[in-house]
Ligand binder design. Structure first.
Ligand code: IMP
Length: 435
């Protein structure tokens, strides 16, 4: 079998544990590439008890010698990028020299954050609950053909295209945002001051990946957010502003479809979401509270408490089809340790209809009633287990049922936050990737 590239995507609402999976699989790859989103993502990785939270830079950076790529589909806030580079340096990791950002990637500017706050406030009860990082307005400028790309930043002429675009965008911002006006000249100055630090990172990423592929270097594509936050296929409008599903890879990195190879979907053993929007299996009350605490379900980027719920097979089937999954990684199984029973949503009821697929309308999704199967829980802890056969029989039955209702094979089970607290099932796709 020829070596192949692998994509890692979230099958729920983000926060599935993709960072840990990328970190785990990186030793088998030479390049790790992000294709969408921005520093709204929060990929938490524990290595030898040290916690790293990466927002923008691919988690592969924690491995010496691995090239990390930020594609044109990602929106980059220079301040956030520099903060992350500085943080890595404090931990003894030097990203410069092996971190490359597409010259076509769009830049997030301070006015994007202001515009987002104003838009969220105007939405009132229907606010999306964004991460307030300026992600959406930056993508809006991109689609509106008024965005600023990395390649534009070398333009030092105040009357040149960069100066003119900043001026027009800041004037538009000043018309829509109440309060203190921004001075376009200082926005431009800050950007020009950032350029010498950005310049050594900027590259033709599509060319870099193509050259790497020709030399037999394997690429791991790192998705951010999750399928249900995908701009087109998620719970629109309660979504992020990019395509986190595999479809985003070609456009977001400049690679052809055949470069993708295989796809690993990541699912938590239950569900979570941050921000507004429908969440059929959501658990409220003391039980939900207890699950949030035992899973430490607080946003890696914003610290916000995550909403928690039972595993939703309708959602994961949706993700499996959209992404063409080859296997699933099931994370945070240990968080369910000690529960007397565990519920698993297999389909929805909406009025007198049975639904096996996620409806497009959020209003309809919000009125869906999840239909559950109840399974016995397990009392013996799974935390830290590293062999599938060591799992309690009830946990193995839960996984087997989950495989049946999603139509997927669980290749990896994560039983703790550390890189080593992981079960790779012998003979699975994951075992083959790591061989
Ligand atoms: P935005 O991406 O900041 O525009 O936020 C849009 C929605 O996506 C909000 O509900 C956010 O909470 C959610 N979101 C964005 N990034 C992540 C993530 O990495 N994990 C979980 N939710 C996210």
């Amino acid at each position: 079998m020829t070596t192949r590239n692998v994509a890692i995507v979230g099958t729920q609402w983000g926060d599935e544990g993709k960072g840990k999976l990328v970190d785990l699989l990186t030793p088998a790859f030479s390049i790790v590439a992000r294709y969408q989103g921005g520093h709204n993502a929060g990929h938490t990785v524990f290595v030898n008890g040290r916690k790293f939270v990466l927002h923008l830079i691919p988690s592969g950076i924690l491995h010496a010698g691995v090239t990390c790529v930020i594609g044109n589909g990602v929106v980059v806030d220079p301040e956030a990028l520099f903060a992350e580079i500085d943080e890595l340096r404090r931990e003894g990791i030097e990203p410069v020299g092996r971190l490359f950002i597409s010259e076509r990637a769009h830049v997030i500017l301070p006015y994007h954050r202001d515009v987002e706050q104003a838009a969220e406030a105007a939405r009132g009860d229907r606010r999306i609950g964004t991460t307030a990082r300026g992600i959406g307005p930056s993508y809006e400028d991109k689609s509106g053909r008024r965005g600023i790309r990395m390649a534009d930043l070398a333009d030092a002429d105040p009357d040149g295209p960069l100066g003119q675009t900043i001026r027009a965008n800041v004037c538009a911002r000043n018309r829509t945002v109440d309060g203190e006006e921004l001075d376009w000249r200082s926005v431009r100055q800050d950007l020009l001051a950032a350029w010498p630090r950005l310049e050594p990172l900027v590259a033709d990423v599509s060319r870099l990946l193509d050259d790497g592929g020709r030399k037999g270097r394997r690429i791991l594509f790192e998705g951010a957010q999750g399928t249900m936050l995908d701009l087109d296929h998620g719970t629109y409008p309660f979504v992020s502003s990019s395509n986190g599903t595999v479809g985003g890879i070609c456009a977001g990195l400049g690679v052809p479809p055949r470069a993708i190879g295989e796809v690993l979907g990541v699912s938590k053993a239950y569900s979570t979401r941050v921000g507004g929007g429908p969440f059929p299996t959501e658990l409220g009350g003391a039980f939900g509270e207890a699950l949030r605490e035992s899973g430490d379900e607080y946003g890696a980027s914003t610290g916000r408490p995550r909403r928690v719920g039972w595993f939703d097979a309708v959602v994961v089937r949706h993700a499996a089809r959209l992404n063409g999954l080859d296997a699933l990684a099931l994370t945070k199984l240990d968080v369910l340790d000690g529960l007397a029973e565990i519920k698993l949503c297999t389909h929805y009821r909406c009025g007198d209809q049975v639904l096996n697929d996620v409806p497009a309308s959020v209003g309809r999704l919000a009125s869906c009633k999840p239909q559950y199967e109840t399974m016995p829980g397990w009392s013996r802890p799974t935390a830290g287990l590293r062999r599938f056969d060591d799992l309690p029989v009830e946990a193995r039955r839960y996984i087997a049922r989950l495989e049946e209702v999603t139509g997927q094979t669980v290749a990896i089970v994560s039983t703790g936050s550390d890189r080593n607290d992981t079960i790779i099932r012998p003979g699975s796709a994951a075992a083959r990737w790591l061989a």
